[in-house]
Every structure is written in structure tokens, then in C-alpha cells.
Design a protein around this ligand. Structure first.
Ligand code: ZN
Length: 509
């Protein structure tokens, strides 16, 4: 008889080494973007390349394939929800994906991406799309080739989406996003035709030390575990993890903008609490990770927006904030503050966009990248297509490519396709989960009003976090909500919140 216990332990041992190598890559990267002196850059790139390659080689080792084959009958004999069944299922999926990627092709892709990125860092300030267009053409071609390593797809973007949002096909997302766009365009129009709230006081001088202290105090109350995490400063905020026992976030502070560090801290803490909440038994396996970029983003958005930009939250925290910044906020009350941090405006830059307009920025990118991949749009036509789409959906037009097609790093530093949908999925899924949490615990808003987050955090841990990558995003959404992915809760949330804020009455349908 086959000794499945022995085979499982062999598999786990190999996976644990891959896991550690991947986390060493993360550690090298974290250091690179936080504390590394500039002269360390060259060696660091080399080291990152080496350790990434080792991690990949260890994972695609045929020995892992053989173990997975031998363990197939064991996996099939277990209930679907069994942890071993999930481990085998997820490892099989990732293994089959990884072995299809030819190492030569991948290293060429990384080279082109690195070159393109470096040209983009000069092309954007120079406002010169033509500098980077030849690289983008190569990246588009290679993105198509990358998809073609997964023959049998329904849409060419599907395999690319699978890397970050497994199973979220174009056939699901395209109609869903189109409906969302049709809801959002008139909503944005109605809101922005109202007089905008005054938010000038957010841009007074706020010293860094107090800003950081306030953010840390809030996320400690959220439930961020500082025994298993920390925060440091960087240029572009992100969350990273080196094990389930060491989950880190970064932020950046602008002393003339109170919102920058604060909301990025809430956002990244949401990502981190997801990782910190994963069942510790999954440590060292592919299950010890959030299940998709969309579900991950749903958790950052929950804490940043559904909690951190809510009225109950500021009823509790505004008095504290004003104690910390008595001069800067002496002429501001909680109502004015709440309105200011929820100001909606048509703007050009995705990363600065508010809750309501944000998804239109993402949908524009998603639609354009599908058209590029489908061959319906060329790279040379892209800047004009970008402007046309901004006119159509947001009623504004970028005066130049710097704040237009050149603004996001994604296409210029990797692959065209699969990188943007997760942002909007996050907002949609966050609304679905949050609505369920409120249904299960109607006391949540009152608790938030008292600065308490245990019920919400506990519910999310139980329903979402502990499962890690055990369930696909679609499975998780169905388990948590009893429904499939749907935009209704999100639209309800936006109409209710912004209807009240802007004195508009929307048909909630
Ligand atoms: Zn995020």
C-alpha cells in the first residue's frame, strides 16, 4: 500500500523550501525599497535574480510532479474541504502553470520588462510616449506569446488573468465591468455637478511623526499584530510577507497632505491583516497566501474605505486627530472632515482617485488592454484611445501623455493583461463581504463608533482570512455570501453613502 503520509511529508518539505526561497526574494525586495543605500542596487538586482531562479527551479523540479501524481488518488479520496485536498489541488494548479513557462522565454521577458521600465522612468517625465512605444510593442507581442503557452483558452487574456485572479475570465468580467461603468458614469456626473466639499484643511502642514503615530494607533485597534508585523517608510506603499509570522507594510508621508500616509496605512494594514489571519497550519505551503489579487484588494479596501472613510469611524477618531493637530484642525468639525475625505472629483490620475471615480480609471485600462491583446487596437493608437475613453467615461481629457497613457507602471514593466482587474474586483468583493458582515452583526457600525473592530475583524478572519488560498476567489465569494460575484451591493453602498453626502436621492433599484 502506498504510504501517503510519507509522500505528503516529502511534498511539504519541498514546498517549504520553495516558500522560504520566495520569502527571501520578498525580504531582499523589501530591503531594496526601504533601507538599502543606493550603491547596493546593482548587487541586489543580481541577488534577486539568483534567488528567484532558485525558487522557480525548485518548484518545477520533476520530483514535485511525481509526488503530485502519486498523491492523486489520496487527494481524490478526501472531502473537497480537507486541507490536504486543498493543498494538492492548489499545488497542482500552480505547478502545471509554472512548468508551462519556458525559462528562456521568461528571462527574455524579464529583460525586456526591465529595459522598458527603465526607459519609462525617463519617458514619463519627458512626456514622450514614442520613447517607450517600441518596448511596449515587444511587451504586447510577448504577452500574447505568454498566453499561448496555455492553449485552449476562451479569451487570450484569460491565462494572464489566471496568474493573479484565478478563474476570473473575460467572459465574466467584461459584462460585469460594462454594467458597472453604465452605473458609475451617471453617478459621477450627478455627484460632481454638486458643489464640491471644502477640503483645503487636509493640505495644511502636518508633521510626519504625529501622522505616523496616528496611523499606527488606528491599525493597532483594527487588529494589526505588531508581534508579527511592522511598518517602514518607502516611495510606493506596499505589503509584503516573509512568513505568516512576519508580515510588513510600508507607507509614505507627505507633510502637506494628511490623507496620503493615513489612508495608505489603513489600506496596507488591510492587506497585512488578511495574511496575518491565515491559518498557521498553512505556513510553508502555497496555501499560506491570500487567494487572489481581487480578494486581497477587497480587504485593503474594507479597512481603508468601508471602515476608514465611514462616518462612525470619524465620530470616534476625529476628536483624537484634532487633539494631535490642534492648530491645523481648529476650525474643522467631524462633518466637514468626513465630507472632505470623501470628496468626489473627476481626475486624471488613477492612484489619486476617490471611491466613486476609481473604477472608471480601472475599467478604461481593462478595456484597452483587452483590445490590444485582441489586435483591435495598436500601440501607436493607444494614446489617442486613452484620451477618447477618458472623455467618454469621465468627461475630461489628459492634456498630455504624462498624465495619460504613461501614468501607470504596469504595462511598461511586465505584461499587458491581468494586472488591473483586481483593483475593481476588490471594490466589488469588499461590498459583497461587508454587506454580509453587517447582516450577521448589525452592531458593527456602533462598535466602530466606539473605536472597536473585534467583531468585524473576527468575522473576516473566520469567513475569509483563515482559508488563505484554500478556495478559489469564486468559491470563496459563494461560501461567504451565498451568491456569485455581483455589483449590486457595491452600487447600493455607493448610492447610499454618496447620496447622503451630496444630498442626492438615487434609485437604489
Ligand atoms: Zn492594495
Amino acid at each position: 500500500m502506498t504510504d501517503y503520509t510519507k509522500l505528503m511529508s516529502d511534498l511539504r518539505q519541498r514546498l517549504a523550501e520553495v516558500y522560504d526561497l520566495q520569502n527571501i526574494v520578498a525580504l531582499l525586495h523589501w530591503d531594496q525599497t526601504t533601507y538599502m543605500p543606493p550603491a547596493g542596487a546593482k548587487a541586489r538586482v543580481r541577488q534577486l535574480g539568483l534567488v528567484s531562479r532558485l525558487a522557480h527551479e525548485k518548484f518545477v523540479d520533476p520530483a514535485i510532479g511525481k509526488l503530485l501524481d502519486a498523491l492523486e488518488p489520496y487527494g481524490a479520496s478526501l472531502p473537497y474541504d480537507h486541507d490536504d485536498a486543498a493543498l494538492l489541488r492548489v499545488t497542482r494548479r500552480l505547478y502545471d502553470q509554472a512548468v508551462r513557462l519556458p525559462p528562456d522565454f521568461m528571462s527574455r521577458l524579464h529583460e525586456v520588462a526591465a529595459e522598458s521600465y527603465s526607459v519609462w522612468t525617463r519617458a514619463r517625465p519627458a512626456n514622450d510616449f514614442s520613447m517607450v512605444a517600441p518596448y511596449l510593442k515587444q511587451i504586447l507581442e510577448m504577452s500574447r506569446q505568454l498566453a499561448d503557452f496555455f492553449p485552449g483558452y476562451e479569451h487570450i487574456a484569460d491565462p494572464l488573468i489566471d496568474f493573479s485572479d484565478y478563474g476570473m475570465k473575460v467572459s465574466i468580467l467584461r459584462p460585469l465591468f460594462a454594467r458597472l461603468r453604465d452605473e458609475l458614469v451617471p453617478l459621477v456626473e450627478a455627484i460632481t455637478s454638486q458643489p464640491p466639499p471644502d477640503d483645503h484643511f487636509l493640505y495644511r502642514h502636518y508633521p510626519e511623526a504625529q501622522q505616523l503615530a496616528f496611523g499606527l494607533d488606528v491599525i493597532r485597534r483594527f487588529g494589526f499584530d505588531f508581534e508579527r508585523g511592522r511598518q517602514d517608510k518607502t516611495h510606493h506603499p506596499f505589503m509584503t510577507k516573509f512568513s505568516l509570522y512576519d508580515v510588513r507594510i510600508t507607507t509614505r508621508v507627505k507633510e502637506d497632505d494628511l490623507t496620503e500616509a493615513m489612508f495608505s496605512t489603513f489600506h496596507e494594514a488591510g492587506h497585512a491583516m488578511y495574511e496575518q489571519g491565515i491559518a498557521l497550519e498553512y505556513e510553508g505551503t502555497p496555501l499560506a497566501e491570500g487567494t487572489s489579487s481581487g480578494v486581497h484588494e477587497s480587504q485593503s479596501r474594507t479597512w481603508e474605505n468601508y471602515v476608514g472613510r465611514s462616518r462612525p469611524f470619524w465620530e470616534h477618531f476625529f476628536p483624537r486627530l484634532r487633539e494631535m493637530f490642534p492648530e491645523q484642525l481648529h476650525d474643522v468639525d467631524v462633518d466637514a472632515f468626513y465630507r472632505a475625505v470623501n470628496k468626489v472629483q473627476k481626475s486624471l490620475i488613477r492612484t489619486d482617485a476617490d471611491e466613486v471615480t476609481y473604477n472608471l480609471h480601472v475599467i478604461i485600462r481593462f478595456e484597452l488592454e483587452l483590445e490590444l491583446l485582441e489586435g483591435k487596437l495598436t500601440i501607436d493608437e493607444l494614446p489617442e484611445a486613452w484620451r477618447a475613453r477618458y472623455r467618454e467615461y469621465l468627461g475630461i481629457e489628459p492634456p498630455d501623455d504624462k498624465d495619460g497613457v504613461l501614468q501607470d507602471v504596469h504595462w511598461y514593466s511586465g505584461v499587458i493583461g491581468g494586472a488591473f482587474q483586481g483593483y475593481t474586483l476588490g471594490n466589488i468583493i469588499a461590498a459583497q463581504f461587508f454587506e454580509k458582515a453587517l447582516e450577521a452583526h448589525p452592531s458593527i457600525p456602533d462598535e466602530i463608533r466606539q473605536g472597536k473592530f473585534d467583531t468585524l475583524h473576527g468575522w473576516l478572519r473566520e469567513q475569509v482570512y483563515r482559508h488563505g488560498r484554500k478556495y478559489t476567489p469564486a468559491e470563496l465569494i459563494r461560501r461567504v455570501t451565498g451568491e456569485d460575484l455581483t455589483i449590486e451591493p457595491y452600487i447600493r453602498y455607493l448610492k447610499r453613502k454618496y447620496g447622503e453626502l451630496y444630498g442626492l436621492s438615487f434609485d437604489e433599484g
